[in-house]
Design a protein around this ligand. Structure first.
Ligand SMILES: [Zn+2]
Length: 248
């Protein structure tokens, strides 16, 4: 029953590699989603910039078209003013004056509209410049992070291969039956399959717990472990238990 100290230490070395392998594999599972999120984050900012650039261009177009309207109305005023010299009757004269008056009103309206739109545009451009300056570094940083993630995604499989090679070399050194038992527990319970007994001092009494499932380990089990210098098993979860000499 149980493993001697040498078998235990070889199994613990094997378990170290398995922990590393496990964390690499877990990491590899998460990377695609992280890459996806980074890409989304970057394109969201870039789209925001594009959208605002489009809106600013539209505002500039509107203003240009208002200047054309203004030109047109000024031409109209000139034409009516010239007509004024040529009219024959008072009625025609009055009609002409009315046209000039309403054209002048329209001209003022357009000028006001241009002024208002130009002010709004200028303010919007300022805000946009500030926004671009603010996100420029962020975009650079996120692109840098994206590159790192892509590099990590390429490197982890290599690291997994190396760890698997190391695992093979370590597994050879472990007694066949012990290895089988370790792997069976690992498959059923996951890491750790071998765990240290945790000691808790409560007043005068010491209590011992399984480092895997936290259930209490009877003192008799401890006593036997000390006597035989071998590992034991958790009665609850079945994991292999060991205790460090200095814990006793
Ligand atoms: Zn347990």
């Amino acid at each position: 029953m149980g493993f001697d100290n040498e078998t235990l230490s070889r199994i613990l070395e094997l378990q170290e590699v398995d922990k590393v392998l496990f964390s690499f594999k877990e990491r590899l599972k998460k990377i695609p989603e992280e890459i996806e999120n980074k890409r989304k984050e970057i394109s969201e900012i870039e789209n925001k910039i594009k959208k605002e650039e489009g809106e600013i261009r539209n505002m500039e177009k509107e203003i240009r078209s208002l200047y054309l309207d203004l030109q047109e109305i000024e031409d109209k005023i000139k034409k009516f003013s010239a007509d004024l010299m040529k009219v024959k009757t008072n009625e025609e004269y009055r009609a002409c004056l009315t046209e000039i008056e309403s054209a002048k009103n329209r001209k003022r309206e357009i000028e006001d509209e241009i002024l208002e739109k130009e002010e709004t545009l200028e303010e919007r451009k300022k805000i946009f410049e500030r926004f671009k300056n603010m996100v420029r570094d962020k975009i650079e940083m996120e692109k840098e992070n994206l590159k790192k993630l892509e590099k990590e995604r390429e490197e982890i499989p290599v690291k997994i291969k190396q760890a698997e090679d190391l695992r093979k070399r370590r597994a050879i050194l472990v007694d066949k039956n012990a290895l089988e038992e370790y792997e069976r527990i690992l498959k059923g319970r996951g890491l750790p399959a071998v765990c240290e007994i945790l000691v808790q001092n409560e007043k005068e009494e010491r209590k011992f717990f399984c480092g895997g499932c936290n259930s209490q380990v009877p003192f008799l089990t401890l006593d036997e472990m000390m006597r035989t210098q071998r590992t034991s098993k958790c009665h609850y979860c079945g994991r292999i238990l060991y205790i460090k000499r200095e814990s006793i």
